[in-house]
Design a protein around this ligand. Structure first.
Ligand code: PNW
Length: 512
């Protein structure tokens, strides 16, 4: 069977029939135009006003060259004290939506709601009470000023910064964290849910599990290959579903908001499109990243069949008494199924995948998957991130896959971006070209593939602390001068161009 060509002659766009031109059409009315950030990456003030430590405070303070030049988020963009500067950037872009995350241990320094929240009713350590009040004040200020400026807040409860006290009890490998997350989520719904209507419980559980508890390259730096990622992912799913139910039963009727979980995924193409083994491997690559979380949450409460069989076979071969992939009870499956009110997708890149027999004696998620990534030399790579091959048409294919696999959900792209490397020029013409091609693919997804895509958020509003790459990798629409104590924000050319797209609700001025 002849399949449609993947890309046009330039290699970055997907072709369309006839003379349909994405530059000629508007985005749908009410399309959400956003940018995203995360607390640890921008706030700084790591111990201000009694904030408790998170795993990223611990990880960066331990040094050991796990982060570029042993940099930390202690100061970052200073957003904890410079919120008004961030707001100016948001207004300059004309965003309709702003996605940011709450720092759990800024709001609840010991992670728990053990001391409750009114001033003067503090049964806990005094400095913790101060943190709670000032943490709530800070996020109240952010939320209220967004709303006053007509910008809809989209709030992530958890973006990688687990309170350290929970890590000390096993972190996401422990049921304690699942229960604590639900209390924290309820606290946030109760405190901010009168004004916040879009919630994301957890950002990228895949990244937390795989990089935090298997490879150990991100906080908390746990290296338990073949076990840690599956166990932590299991609890991240349970935590998400539990919090969704809390919203559903305790808050939805009154607050009428929407709750989801942000899932990141690569798109995958077989290295040899004619080879059935590579085709199957490409499917497994997506199964072991997106479907791992999306199948239980959006479909049937359970892991994808291919994941269950792969991990079971590999575990047996390695002499494990049972599969290293945990099982949900029937009750848990019922509880997990259907716990998302929209599909929140973070997309960065596409991979070519070839089948790779597992010959390793050492268990790992990568080995279980029997799929190896191969770099396609024809794809450009974002200057600031070696992992980020720029493949705009991959996003269109991934959106179509989500539509077809997950019952045509409402989708928001809650992160997408391209890094520059430090030092970065303000004239980032090349990067804007990547954004423009991506927006064209989005229009094709909406109007040709009929994907219900409701919004797009650039990662990120500001240059910020890019995890292990520190400040060397710049994803911002606004440049931040980290060597200057005022941390000035200056727009890149991409910011100006993005503002124009938002104002026109389309790629050219004819849509104004
Ligand atoms: C996302 N990968 O993480 C995060 O949500 C952001 O906090 C982060 O700054 C952004 O992407 C850019 O990296 C990812 O290796 C980290 O494939 C790593 C990967 C993907 C996403």
């Amino acid at each position: 069977m002849a399949s449609a060509p993947l890309v046009d002659s330039r290699g970055l766009s997907s072709p369309v029939d006839g003379d349909w031109n994405p530059e000629d059409v508007s985005f749908p009315e009410q399309f959400a135009w956003g940018a995203a950030t995360a607390a640890y990456q921008i706030e700084g003030g790591w111990d201000a006003d009694g904030k408790g430590p998170s795993v990223w405070d611990t990880f960066t303070h331990q040094g050991g060259d796990r982060v570029f030049k042993n940099q930390t988020g202690d100061v970052a963009c200073g957003s904890y004290t410079l919120w008004e500067e961030d707001l100016k950037c948001i207004k300059q872009l004309g965003l309709t939506h702003y996605r940011f995350s709450l720092s759990w241990s800024r709001l609840l320094p010991d992670g728990t709601t053990g001391f409750i929240n009114q001033k003067g009713n503090c049964s806990f350590k005094i400095e913790s009470c101060a943190a709670l009040i000032q943490g709530v004040d800070y996020y109240d200020k952010v939320i209220d000023s967004l709303l006053a400026n007509g910008v809809t807040p989209v709030v992530t409860l958890y973006h990688f910064d687990l309170p350290q006290c929970f890590e000390d009890q096993g972190g996401w490998r422990s049921d304690t964290t699942v229960k604590a997350f639900d209390s924290y989520a309820q606290f946030c719904f109760k405190t901010f849910g009168d004004r916040v209507k879009f919630w994301i419980t957890i950002n990228e559980p895949y990244v937390v599990a795989e990089f935090g508890y298997e490879k150990g390259i991100m906080a908390p730096g746990v290296k338990e290959p073949g076990v840690g990622a599956y166990l932590s992912a299991h609890n991240l799913i349970r935590a998400h579903a539990t919090a969704w139910h809390s919203y559903d039963t305790l808050f939805r009727a009154k607050q009428a908001g929407f709750v989801s979980i942000a899932l990141n995924s690569d798109w995958a193409e077989p290295l040899n499109p004619a080879d059935p083994a590579d085709q199957a491997a490409a499917k497994r690559h997506v199964a072991f990243c997106l479907d791992w979380f999306a199948t239980p949450i959006f479909l049937d409460g359970d892991y994808p069949a291919i994941m269950k069989s792969q991990v079971s076979v590999m575990s047996k071969r390695q002499g494990c008494p049972a599969s290293r992939l945990p099982e949900f009870t029937e009750e848990e499956k019922m509880m997990i199924k259907g716990t998302a009110d929209f599909f929140s997708l973070n997309y960065y890149t596409t991979r070519r995948i070839k089948h790779q027999d597992n010959t390793h004696s050492q268990p790992s998620v990568t080995a279980d998957k029997e799929a190896e990534q191969v770099t396609d030399p024809s794809w450009p790579v974002a200057a600031g991130s070696s992992w980020l091959a720029v493949v705009p048409w991959g996003l269109r294919r991934l959106l179509k896959y989500i539509k077809d696999t997950y019952n045509h959900p409402l989708i928001y792209i809650t992160e997408n971006g391209f890094s520059l490397s430090d030092p970065a020029p303000l004239d980032d013409t090349q990067r804007w070209e990547y954004f423009r091609l991506t927006l064209q693919e989005i229009l094709k997804a909406i109007y040709i593939d009929r994907v219900q895509l409701k919004g797009y958020f650039v990662w990120s509003l500001l240059d910020n602390f890019e995890w292990t790459a520190g400040y060397s990798s710049r994803f911002g629409l606004f440049h931040v001068d980290f060597n200057h104590s005022a941390l000035p924000r200056v727009p890149y050319k991409s910011a100006t161009e993005y503002a124009r797209v938002i104002a026109n609700n389309g790629l050219t001025a004819s849509h104004g």
